[in-house]
Design a protein around this ligand. Sequence first.
Ligand code: NAP
Length: 265
Amino acid sequence: MPSYVIVGASRGLGYEWLRQLSKDSSNTVIGIVRSVDKVQAQLDADSISNVHIFVGDMADNASLEKAALEVSKVTQGVDYLIVNGAYLSQKDASLNPSEFTGRAAELREEMINSLDVNVVGVIYSVNAFLPLVRKGTVKKITVISTGMADTEMVVQHDIPGALVYASVKAATNMVVAKYAVELKGEGIVLLALSPGVVNTQEGMISEEEMKGLIVLIQKFQAVYPDFKGPITPAESVVAQKKVIEGITLEQTGSFLSHKGNKVWL
Ligand SMILES: NC(=O)c1ccc[n+]([C@@H]2O[C@H](COP(=O)([O-])OP(=O)(O)OC[C@H]3O[C@@H](n4cnc5c(N)ncnc54)[C@H](OP(=O)(O)O)[C@@H]3O)[C@@H](O)[C@H]2O)c1
């Protein structure tokens, strides 16, 4: 009877985790979200009744501690903790570093918002649920990262944009490495996992962003002929689950793609 906690589960990949895990009635599936109503309406629409939803904001430590208390009433231990939620800066996506010249306040604001959730919020999330992970049987903590945080990939594929997102997610990876070192002796496995390029924003991105995405995809296709464009959330979660299940304590602290290696697409 494995238990799963997904932090940041209201939509996109986080919701897909809930949807897929709930199909196995032996799973205990828990979603942590900022706002319950919308996700509960979606669960009802999808006729899913075996998922527990609690309020938790990655930028609010007290809310996560409260959520962990609620979770402890549902399950004694957490086998799989997946910290999926992230601050995704829209403004930053299309700007190169030097294009922040004259936009100092904007840069700082985006950095702080991103750090608040994607670094500090990840630490809050792990610390809040760590006592329950310690009581779990499987003891696996996965933090969702991105291939964009791989410095070699950025240089090799010539990607100057998404400065804030990529830089902050690189810091997220370091957080994962630090926990891995600290918790290895307790048998707890840490993983920074990139989900691939996934069409979670389908229908939600602007024409300009879509043009940028197409250019990026064409660039990738020149290097990865197998890459056919974004995959679906369902495909990504199936692949992520396989990687999480396969990772061992010897590999703790790894930064891997949904393919289980450093091929990010
Ligand atoms: N999609 C991709 O191609 C891609 C590629 C690489 C990495 N990723 C990573 O995959 C993860 C999921 O991304 P996605 O594509 O599913 O994005 P998404 O559809 O925009 O979903 C983002 C999720 O994060 C939650 N979130 C944001 N701030 C939060 C906070 N302070 N506390 C709790 N939850 C918060 C959102 O909740 P609300 O509904 O409350 O806003 C939402 O559930 C992220 O870590 C992202 O960086 C995605």
